[in-house]
Ligand binder design. Structure first.
Ligand code: 0A1
Ligand code: ZN
Length: 882
């Protein structure tokens, strides 16, 4: 907690560490009332540091220092100083051994940073700066050390004792305790340290690496979850193989462990050889887990595994470089998922998420470049910008270099920097050196925030048979106006019979081959013109194919042109986007009509497009399901100045009900055609079929016919998997069939009350209900025995789901905002990271109409007025009130 205003840390102030730690020897005695940590650090002055006479300052907080020893001599209290955040030893030699004994209380640690308890086990979370809650240390990623860890604990309560690296020794004591010593042969920063102690069981498998090393793979869970580990294990093996084949990265130890814990702030953590996972991101079985969650498990297992190279072997010099490991690793896991399933579907899902969530961040008060220049609390910068936009920047590099040169660049990066803590600049330089490409202007993506706006217009000249594209870029953030970006704009020109051959004026002649119908234009100026020659007919441009850059594209397509693109573009992303943009135009008409008090008319083209999608059996079912989903309320709010949430919700619901009523027969047909009889598998085909079937169910239920109700109840009762079960429950919860809804909710809870992750779905489907009165239900859920404010998954399921429920969260009386402020104030004291994360929706007040914005600010001001705000919450609230 804070007594004074938190300090801002700047990238420009970076200095190399004054000391290095060659060896870190840790000894933990875990006991119910108190945990004792003894550390032995072999240290020396850093020859690269300019301040050679400095005293030694170690990070440390929330612990009780018992004793400090320097080269074997116990220091007197006058030889060192301890404050809230550090330990300073006044005078140390050039090379020395420092030993500290500290006491900590993991059982009282609700922040879930450092060493804490989750259910009956002990576990750690050290990224970003949690290690300093375990012992005094140089807790910064550029201090890399060889770790050994000894854990002593009661053998009956904690039969499993784990840490990084190899188990090198173990034994038992006469008092019923036992101990295990672990040694990690790789140097690592403290944020990759991990410890787990508990009564856990495991499944085991093995993987033989490309050079023939056998790796033992284990997933540790509570006994009751042992039947939910197979999918994660298979995902891990696929990831290991894929990383060898795609990036030439081989695993480097003979052991790889995953542990599942219930209480976890994020999804998972890539600690060296001991990944710790939120149970929600590792456990899966058909009866309890939806298709989306199956896919999430595979992606996160891969993500954490890939960090072994992009993050662990090559790590970050400082936390400003976070996107170096996160952007690159998200890019790697997205490529993996694309290779495991449908590339287009994965791309559409990712782009949809980026455009809705990251673009909103870029437009708000917390906007930052993927490499931020300052922060108060680094935990606040684990953002969609650093992760997802960061991945888009890597994707653009891959696109600009081409597959082979990109691989050459990544090989060079890993080889050149293995064992080092480096910067984003080092990554770009390796890409440049390996490819010979000049990325100087491209580097602006690392230092400038904001979403570039790309205004494109086209003109066809029949006389000269040329087509000119004029491209203007601009970018504004709350803070500044950036310089022109280097934007790779992938495009094609579509004629009646297909994509036209492209010959750019002033460029080398394009050979007459099959692949000359797509070009990547290098947009580098604030305004540029591209002229295409020998264009025989007026084309429809297909722009930003595959979403080749994270920009907002504006092209004034007619509705008929969008219809044309939707069925003719060979780029799957562009087909989906054309459908979305037609949906945007349709919704904008209806929103305007609603606001003017007029009748809302649904764009007939949209209806006929949907009709076509439902009738053409040759189309990819997942894509059909995605295209049948209108642009979300959040997306609409993001593109409409001073968004009127109620109007958006009413217009969108009216459109959906109209679609449902008009296309009832087709939805019923799609429902039946996609009802599977085979046993559940989380494979691409089945997921696609379920997705289309449940989209159809969703629409059918909007018509609220008895027939739809019967179908929905039958699905709920007969479902053999959670995807179908939840789809039916969700349709009921959002319907007016009050009695059936209550019955299903009660039945569901009764059936699943002992499965925490299923109960969380039960909580969130209720908190996300868009009907009136949801806030009262949410308050009741928080008093339900299934709720626990100290468990982040529960908080996300109730409070998080409620804030994503726009129409209720933004109720015009401000009750949603006040509710959120209350929760943040409570969580600020318990778990600052979660409190700050939940604040997100309130910080975007500028996006909303004046009345809402004023009420949102009022809620923020109430939080700001609290005494003892954590750094995390203070930073977000103060920046958003500025
Ligand atoms: N590095 C992990 C995510 C992570 C980040 C921060 C955490 O605590 C503040 C915990 C986990 C990843 O990218 O998966
Ligand atoms: Zn990561």
């Amino acid at each position: 907690m804070r007594d004074s205003q938190p300090k801002t840390i700047y990238l420009k102030d970076y200095q190399v560490p004054e000391f290095l730690i060659d060896h870190t020897d840790l000894h933990f005695t875990l006991a119910d009332d108190m945990t004792t940590v003894r550390s032995r650090l072999s240290m020396r002055r850093n020859p690269e540091s300019k301040t050679q006479d400095a005293s030694l300052v170690l990070h440390g907080q929330d612990m009780q220092l018992q004793a400090v020893t320097l080269d074997g001599t116990l220091l007197s209290a006058s030889a060192y100083k301890v404050d809230e955040e550090s330990l300073t030893v006044a005078s140390v030699p050039d090379s020395f051994v420092l030993e500290c004994e500290t006491l900590i209380k993991p059982q009282d640690n609700t922040s879930l940073e450092g060493l804490y308890r989750s259910a009956s086990m002990y576990c750690t979370q050290c990224e970003a700066e949690g290690f300093r809650k375990i012992t005094y240390y140089l807790d910064r990623p550029d201090v890399m050390s060889l770790f050994t860890t000894t854990i002593v604990a009661d053998k009956a309560a904690y039969p499993v004792l784990l840490s990084n690296g190899n188990n090198v020794d173990s034994g038992e004591n006469s008092d019923g305790s036992h101990w295990v010593k672990w040694e990690d042969p790789f140097k690592k920063p403290a944020y990759l340290f991990a410890l787990v102690a508990g009564d856990l069981e495991f499944i085991e498998d093995s993987f033989t690496t490309c050079s023939g090393n056998d790796v033992t793979l284990r997933i540790f869970v509570e006994a009751k979850d042992l039947d939910k580990c197979d999918h994660a294990m298979q995902s891990l093996k696929r990831s290991m193989k894929w990383d060898e084949e795609t990036f030439g990265r081989e695993y480097d130890l003979n052991i790889f462990n995953i542990v599942a814990v219930d209480d976890f702030n994020m999804g998972a953590m890539e600690n060296k050889s001991l990944n710790i996972f939120n149970t929600s991101c590792v456990l899966a079985k058909p009866e309890t887990t939806t298709d989306a969650a199956f896919q999430r498990v595979e992606a996160i297992v891969a993500h954490e595994y890939f960090h072994n190279w992009s993050g662990n072997r090559v790590t970050c010099r400082d936390w400003f470089q976070l996107s170096l490991k996160e952007g690159f690793t998200v890019y790697r896991d997205a490529e993996f998922s694309s290779d495991m399933g449908s590339r287009t579907v994965k791309r559409v899902e990712d782009v949809n998420f980026l455009r809705t969530v990251q673009f909103a961040e870029d437009a708000g008060p917390m906007a930052h470049p993927i490499r931020p220049e300052s922060f108060m609390e680094i935990s606040n910068f684990y953002t969609v910008t650093v992760y997802e936009k960061g991945a888009e920047i890597v994707r653009m590099i891959a696109h600009l270099l081409g597959k082979d040169l990109f691989r050459k660049g990544s090989d060079l990066y890993f080889e050149r920097h293995d064992g080092q803590a480096v910067t984003c600049e080092d990554f770009v330089k390796a890409m440049e050196d390996a490819s010979g490409k000049d990325l100087s202007q491209f580097r602006r993506w690392y230092s400038q925030a904001g979403t570039p706006q790309l205004a494109v217009s086209g003109r066809y000249d029949e006389v000269t048979s040329t087509y000119s594209l004029t491209v203007k870029q601009s970018c504004k953030t709350v803070q500044e106006t950036p310089k022109a970006f280097h934007i790779p704009l992938a495009m094609a020109l579509l004629g009646e019979a297909g994509a036209l051959r492209l010959q750019l004026q002033g460029a080398e002649p394009n050979p007459d081959s099959a692949d000359n119908t797509e070009l990547v234009l290098d947009v580098t100026e604030s305004e540029q013109q591209f002229v295409f020659e020998n264009i025989p007919e007026r084309p429809v441009p297909s722009l930003l194919r595959g979403f080749s850059a994270p920009v907002q594209l504006h092209f004034d397509y007619s509705r008929d042109e969008l219809m044309f693109l939707m069925s003719h573009d060979s780029d799957g992303f562009c087909r989906w986007d054309a459908c979305q943009q037609l949906g945007v135009l349709a919704l904008k008409d209806m929103i305007a009509a609603y606001q003017a008090g007029q009748d809302m008319q649904l764009e007939p083209r949209l209806l006929s497009a949907y009709q076509h999608l439902l009738s053409d059996e040759s189309l990819d079912k997942s894509m059909v399901a995605l295209m049948l989903s209108l642009p979300s309320e959040a997306y609409m709010a993001g593109i409409m100045p001073k968004a009127d949430v109620q109007a958006i919700h009413i217009a969108r619901m009216t459109a959906k009900v109209e679609i449902a009523d008009q296309l009832q027969a087709l939805f019923l047909q799609a429902y039946k055609a996609n009802t599977l009889s085979q046993p559940y598998q989380a494979n691409e085909q089945q997921i696609a079929a379920r997705s289309l079937k449940n989209t159809a169910l969703h629409y059918l239920m909007l018509s609220e016919t008895e027939e739809a109700l019967a179908l929905c109840l039958a699905q709920y009762q007969q479902a053999q998997n959670m995807t179908d079960s939840m789809a039916a429950l969700s349709a009921l919860v959002n319907s007016s069939f009050e009695q059936q809804k209550q019955q299903a909710l009660a039945d569901f809870y009764q059936r699943w009350q002992s499965e925490a992750l299923v109960v969380n779905q039960w909580l969130s489907v209720q908190a996300g209900c868009y009907l009136a009165g949801t806030l009262d239900k949410v308050k009741a859920l928080m008093a339900h025995p299934a709720f626990d404010i100290k468990n982040p998954n529960k908080v996300r399921s109730v409070v998080g789901a409620f804030t994503a429920n726009a129409v209720n969260f933004h109720h015009q009386d401000g009750s949603g905002y006040e509710f959120l402020a209350d929760q943040i104030i409570t969580l600020n004291a318990l778990n600052p990271q979660i409190a700050a994360r939940l604040l997100g929706p309130l910080t975007k007040w500028q996006q909303y109409k004046d009345e809402s914005a004023a009420l949102m600010r009022k809620a923020l001001q109430r939080i700001m007025a609290q005494e003892q705000l954590s750094k995390d919450v203070y930073e977000v609230v103060s920046k958003s009130l500025n």
